[in-house]
Design a protein around this ligand. Structure first.
Ligand code: 6R9
Length: 651
């Protein structure tokens, strides 16, 4: 039984750990009993222009207006860069490894500071002001980090977009956040191929202009990544490198209120278009910094490799803000895990002497399939801590990660959190908490998970339910950009007074949490959150589609895959050969390849309740072939629809 398997903290690890079991107990009690003094003590880890006297304010009731450290002032870029200059300016802040083996850059804190200041001055010169939104659409290059910190320096709000998004995806996000300026690249590299980012950008901007009749976006900076010759629109597009080289290398940081916005990050929910989750400066930065240090047992100078793309929250908190505030060396890899060969990641760990490695179960499972051959000729001896994030990790993958990759020496921290939580919420502190494979274990000090049953009643002791959080914490999202009502509705209306995560979980007799996955219509494919509504909307833009329903089905490597039931306007199931593949491609073009369904099933009708609600539970069973376990179909308007679909699947 996975439940019974337990990996105790090694005394040798605990002896020098940042947080050992007794300290963990003290922190947890202090945070529960005296929250304000506890959080103000934690706030001392940051550099403030004015240290706050106020800790948390507000609750999860009513209008949910929460604030943290609201009388304090600081700047996030100062905390990532300037604070290290006097003593460690020559230390490597960032190692960039290109897809090409010999393409490597070591950037010191001093050099990163200078480049950030130059870009900050460029942005100011182009009319970007405090509070303005600046978007990026970049591959994994140094400029992606520089752009985030340059925004923070001048008080602009960064909106980082994943380079896998389509033109429509980019246009939608730019429209929603009202960005004035966009930073992109000529092309990105991915697994030996090129992604034409500037071309996609041009399409996105055409769409944006067409739709809104003029958007505030007036400037595009283009980073030359591959050196491709790309069309530049006079007056709008500028060469990034030329402007940065000519700019002043000194830029005074803006003095920001703790509650000034730092970033907007789009994420998928169960309904509607992706929402712009807004994080503010002080609380978010504190949470990224504190969690990175205590969960990964981080030391200044450690080489920290979080494999997430900068376009996801994990990239924000654990490629940029966590490691850099803590004086770590963050490692940025341009390439994909198994290109040009499956052992690439393990060789890079040896080459760059990585101390902490943080990735997603989907990657672990994919790499496990290539082992043991891919691990040979690598020692991974520099590793001290291994981390997992993004989806539940199965015990088999956990054990392989711990034993084969970590050689049994490294604690594995399975970290549960979300875009909305800003940073890690439930995870074993490696010097304090014994690990059980597959469990995210215990909440961090100050975090109060609650499991709520169907009727909204909080459960105690061993139990299962919907995972909610009681009590505000500094790193939580403050609102959804431009739609506070949606924020309150999405997270705080299901169980009044509690933040509802959208996940289900079980708590065992030791109080350990086991995340069971989403309980809403969000599907987690390879650790990427995809809303079924978004994919259905994308199908809807195809001229042959009348209606669709998208569900998640189990997948060995990706965790979940998308299965789509599509009803054609002609109503017929026997459409042209290859239409299923064409429909999947269409969704890929609309949203980005990561969201293209694995399975498209043409249907003449969808199973619906009498009130017209699609019964996804039944579709999930049909897609996975569990035809004999469809459960109660009596509430369906027309139960024969189900039989027709089952027949269809058998063909
Ligand atoms: C950080 C991140 C959040 C969703 C979350 C949950 C799933 C994340 C997990 C996990 C089980 C873990 N999730 N970590 N499930 N165990 N350790 O991934 O943010 O992209 O917003 O996704 O990911 O379902 O609700 P985000």
């Amino acid at each position: 039984m996975a439940d019974e398997m337990i990996f105790h903290v090694k005394p040798s690890f605990a002896a020098s750990a940042r947080v050992n079991a007794s300290r963990f107990g003290v922190m947890t009690n202090h945070a529960m009993q005296n929250p304000d003094p506890y959080w103000l003590e934690q706030a001392r880890r940051l550099d403030w222009f004015r240290f706050p006297e106020l800790a948390g304010n507000g609750s999860f009731d009513g209008d949910v207006r929460t604030s943290w450290f609201s009388d304090g002032t600081l700047n996030a870029s100062v905390n990532c860069l300037d604070r290290h200059l006097a003593e460690n300016g020559g230390r490597t802040a960032l190692i960039w490894q290109g897809e090409v083996e010999d393409a490597v850059r070591h950037v010191t804190f001093r050099a990163l500071h200078e480049e950030v200041c130059r870009l900050a001055n460029v942005l100011k010169g182009l009319g970007v002001e405090r509070g303005d939104r600046v978007a990026t659409y970049l591959p994994m290059v140094v400029e992606g980090v520089v752009a985030m910190l340059a925004c923070a320096r001048i008080g602009a709000v960064h909106v980082v977009m994943f380079a896998g998004f389509s033109a429509s995806g980019v246009a939608g996000r730019l429209r929603d956040c009202g960005a004035k300026l966009l930073i992109t690249a000529d092309e990105g590299r991915r697994g030996g191929k090129r992604i034409p980012l500037k071309t996609i950008t041009d399409q996105a901007l055409l769409e944006l202009d067409g739709a809104s009749g003029g958007s505030p976006l007036h400037t595009v900076l283009v980073v030359s990544v591959t050196g491709a010759d790309v069309p530049m629109q006079a007056g709008r597009d500028h060469d990034y490198a030329a402007l940065v080289a000519a700019a002043n290398p000194n830029c005074e940081p803006e003095i920001m209120q703790a509650e000034d916005p730092l970033m907007i990050l789009y994420t998928s929910g169960s309904t509607g278009a992706p929402k712009g989750v807004l994080h503010t400066t002080g609380g978010y930065l504190l949470w990224a910094s504190l969690t990175q240090e205590i969960v990964f047992d981080h030391r200044a100078g450690d080489v920290f490799w979080c494999t997430a793309d900068l376009g996801w929250v994990t990239g924000h908190s654990y490629v940029v803000y966590g490691p850099l505030t803590n004086g770590g060396t963050t490692f940025l890899f341009e390439g994909t895990p198994s290109w040009p060969e499956p052992g690439r990641w393990w060789r890079l760990i040896d080459k760059h002497q990585v101390n902490c490695f943080y990735t997603a179960p989907t990657a672990i499972r994919a790499l496990m399939r290539e082992a043991p051959a891919s691990l040979s000729d690598t020692s991974r001896a520099s590793l001290r801590v291994l981390g997992s994030v993004g989806e539940p990790i199965n015990a088999e993958a956990w054990l392989w990660y711990s034993q084969a990759v970590g050689g049994g020496r490294c604690p594995v921290v399975d970290t549960w959190w979300q875009t909305e939580t800003g940073g890690i919420m439930i995870a074993p502190l490696p010097g304090a908490v014994a690990q059980k494979p597959g469990s995210a274990t215990l909440p961090l000090p100050g975090i109060c998970p609650v499991l709520v049953n169907d009727k909204g009643i909080p459960q105690h002791g061993e139990s299962e339910g919907h995972l909610c959080i009681d009590r505000p914490w500094p790193g939580q999202a403050r609102t959804i950009w431009g739609d506070h009502a949606r924020f309150v509705q999405t997270y705080f209306s299901t169980y009044p007074g509690l933040y509802f995560s959208g996940d289900g979980a079980r708590r065992d007799a030791d109080g350990y949490y086991w995340i069971t996955g989403r309980v809403d219509d969000v599907i987690n494919v390879s650790g990427h959150r995809i809303g079924s509504a978004e994919v259905e909307a994308a199908f809807g833009t195809h001229d042959k589609v009348a209606e669709s329903a998208v569900v998640g089905i189990p997948h060995d490597v990706k965790g979940q895959a998308l299965a789509a039931f599509v009803v054609l306007k002609t109503g017929g199931e026997d459409a042209d050969a290859g239409l299923e593949a064409e429909l999947a491609r269409h969704v890929g073009q609309e949203l980005g390849r990561y969201a293209a369904p694995d399975l498209v099933i043409l249907a003449s009708e969808l199973p619906k309740t009498r009130s017209g609600k699609i019964m996804r539970r039944i579709l999930r069973k049909i897609a996975t072939g569990e035809h004999d376990q469809l459960g109660d179909v009596s509430t369906l308007a027309d139960p024969s629809v189900v039989q027709a679909l089952v027949e269809r699947m058998k063909r």
